[in-house]
Design a protein around this ligand. Structure first.
Ligand SMILES: Nc1ncnc2c1ncn2[C@@H]1O[C@H](COP(=O)(O)OP(=O)(O)O)[C@@H](O)[C@H]1O
Ligand SMILES: [Mg+2]
Length: 246
């Protein structure tokens, strides 16, 4: 099946479409072509894996899609909206990042001087949600991720697995249609890594979120139904095992 064959369903109500994406860092003799020709499609409610060796362009791809860096050429679409077509097509990139993309990183990057609840409530507050409502939503997410009992704790008092679940709650706080996760399970043991994947799959289904998980974690690779392999800046789609997590 061509990765672009169900483009219409992928983009009608959400989802991600990337066509011919290219990214060159630097210029002249020192230029590095990190992405040569990336094609990807993720439907709403789907969790896909992005797998490739170190230096193959995985983080570069997530940063382009997340509007953290600017691609060199190609096309990116979120839902029915073209966000990039050889140039940004969205005026307010900060609002795009804040409202439509949730990031989960390998390191949780929680804010040390805010308690767990406010770490999760901060983004909705910045987006204009009244404080009480933002905190209520944050608590609901912490409950869904089984860390609500740590809501008043400081991030440094949490275990690695708890911190990672809080960072997932934070990524979901603005109910973004897209979640980008860069090696989210790398520091976790097998059981906790699979628990994180179960949560991401549940969230994808419940909120029709399109999720890309960058990983080379052998523990979680069998959970994907579809995997994009990236090598030398080019993507190839493959069917995954898609083992059941419930
Ligand atoms: N800011 C940068 N400036 C120059 N080259 C970079 C930069 N970031 C990444 N690269 C290069 O781009 C390529 C892809 O890197 P990256 O996307 O980080 O790969 P991965 O996440 O798969 O390990 C590598 O050759 C890397 O050295
Ligand atoms: Mg990387």
């Amino acid at each position: 099946m061509s990765p672009l064959s169900n483009t219409a369903s992928a983009t009608a109500s959400g989802g991600i479409l990337i066509e011919g994406l290219r990214k060159v860092y630097g210029q002249g003799d020192t230029a590095v072509e990190a992405l040569k020709n990336v094609n990807m499609q993720v439907s709403p409610g789907e969790v896909v894996g992005l797998v490739g060796p170190s230096g193959s362009g995985k983080s570069t791809l997530l940063k382009c899609l997340g509007a953290i860096i600017e691609p060199t050429s190609g096309r990116m679409q979120l839902g029915s909206e073209v966000i990039y077509d050889d140039a940004w097509k969205v005026r307010d990139l900060r609002a795009l990042r804040r409202d439509r993309i949730g990031f989960v990183f390998q390191a949780p990057y929680l804010i040390a001087f805010l308690n767990v609840l406010d770490n999760v409530a901060l983004l909705p507050m910045l987006a204009g949600v009244p404080n009480a409502q933002a905190r209520a939503r944050a608590l609901e997410l912490l409950q869904a991720l089984d860390v609500a009992h740590r809501a008043q704790a400081q991030p440094t008092q949490l275990s690695g697995g708890e911190q990672q679940r809080v960072s997932i709650a934070r990524a979901l706080a603005n109910r973004p249609p897209v979640i980008l996760a860069d090696e989210p399970t790398a520091p976790l043991d097998s059981e906790r890594a699979l628990a994180v994947m179960r949560i991401l799959n549940r969230m994808a289904q419940q909120a029709q979120t399109a999720i890309i998980v960058v990983t080379h974690d052998e523990k979680i690779i069998p959970t994907f139904k579809r995997i994009y392999h990236i090598r030398d800046g080019q993507t190839h789609e493959e069917a995954g095992q898609g083992i059941c997590l419930d």
